[in-house]
Design a protein around this ligand. Sequence first.
Ligand SMILES: *[C@@H]1O[C@H](CO)[C@@H](O)[C@H](O)[C@H]1NC(C)=O
Ligand SMILES: *[C@@H]1O[C@H](CO)[C@@H](O)[C@H](O)[C@H]1NC(C)=O
Ligand SMILES: *[C@@H]1O[C@H](CO)[C@@H](O)[C@H](O)[C@H]1NC(C)=O
Length: 498
Amino acid sequence: MGFRVWIGFFVIVFGLVLACTISASESEESQSKDFVLTLDHSNFSETIGKHNFVVVEFYAPWCGHCKKLAPEYEKAASTLSSHDPPVILAKVDANEEKNKGLASEYEIKGFPTIKIIRNGGKNIQDFKGPRDADGIVDYLKKQSGPASVELKSVEDASGLIDDKKVVIVGIFPEFSGEKFENYTALAEKLRSDYEFGHTLDAKLLPLGDSSVSGPTVRLFKPFDERFLDCQDFDVDALEKFVEEGSIPVVTIFNKDPSNHPFIIKFFNSPDAKAMLFLNFGSELVDTFKSKYHEVAEQYKGKGVNFLMGDVEASQGAFQYFGLKDDQVPLIIIQTNDGQKYLKPNIEPDHIASWVKEYMDGNVPPFKKSEPIPETNTEPVKVVVADSLQDMVLSSGKNVLLEFYAPWCGHCKKLAPILDDVAVSFENDDDVLIAKIDATANDIPTGTFDVKGYPTLYFKSASGNLSQYEGDRTKEDIIDFIQKNRDKTAQQESKKDEL
Ligand SMILES: *[C@@H]1O[C@H](CO)[C@@H](O)[C@H](O)[C@H]1NC(C)=O
Ligand SMILES: *[C@@H]1O[C@H](CO)[C@@H](O)[C@H](O)[C@H]1NC(C)=O
Ligand SMILES: *[C@@H]1O[C@H](CO)[C@@H](O)[C@H](O)[C@H]1NC(C)=O
């Protein structure tokens, strides 16, 4: 689960798709399925126009996460086929050339992306539910019903409001009038993110008191002050109230799945992200928690959000930031332009002063790099962030550089091919074949645009930088290098000698 969260983090914060990039050679599996409709550019609008509630999965045949979803999605479609009113599940191959217009119209940035399309296409929302069959069914049943459910009894209320999620309840003297309509509009707008209810009787609500006077929107949350009230019924004001009220002062990142929606919110926010990582089993954890909470309260609304993560659940984050377990407890702050600031081995009493130093602009940014290797004798040379300038950018050589991730299957497939390419240039001092682990080294984003793995860049001796997008075969890569390399002085003089 932690992994999926970090995928969300990548996709959302950096626009990265954490899947290997497209390989045309991978075969598509085709199975005839009954309940999920297959749509394409020719019949998409027509189908959407015919139904009030259509769920569409945009997928790519090569995408592993899509393959995992397929049987669950099919099972959900089969269960929901007898639901009243009907819930239609469909899919579109967004990788297919002719469907790419649809994919961009629906702003598809990663696969799979599931959209809920209502009222013949007038209303489009992201599917934010679980991805197993039962979870999909439950979520879609709720999504296809009314946006806000009426709470008529204590049981209704306790069925909706629990200590796992944010729930919003509108309390009204009657279910009519502009305030009620605005509340309903809010519920429609945010229904894929939160659950909504409405009631005539505040006493039915948990933590309920009868002191509510006049129409009130109450937000229940499983953290901090537990509930918040709002009596401004302007739709935008209500939305702001809900969005701000549902972010914990300190987001907790551990293995508990009920925290995941808050973690996703944390990473979705455009604010800087302060993350304290420590061992939740340590005896100092409560001291850290209270000191960190104080700091978070102090900077609330000032452009930084705070998260506290258990090292055990945070291996993905550690890999991503290039952190080591012996640096714990640590704070890392990441700004939305990708700068990072690190304080390893921090003590509870120093949290406030270090965060203040950061806020005052006195902390230098931190660049992640593997150490420069002492020996580098394999045909494909190892580049790290600290050697990128010397070995690649200002080397005066023609360099083919692969950005890879250790876990990426397509990169593993490419490795022997790159080896062969490197061997074929071994006696050519003007050509360097190199690779950099893009998960363990910071990549200058203004120079390289790495959206997936592997990504190949070619830099000519004179410094012309371009992405290699040809086939990943030995012949094509060699051919590309020969066509695009610059002749260096050394090579020219060799030619003269002949
Ligand atoms: C849409 O068109 C595609 C290709 O022509 C076809 O395979 C698919 O079954 C059609 N879907 C519907 C719901 O008509
Ligand atoms: C309802 O929302 C609209 C649009 O946001 C706003 O102009 C109006 O004042 C709101 N009505 C009430 C009673 O707050
Ligand atoms: C740089 O590379 C691109 C892509 O290979 C090529 O179109 C362009 O002409 C090159 N520019 C120079 C100055 O060599």
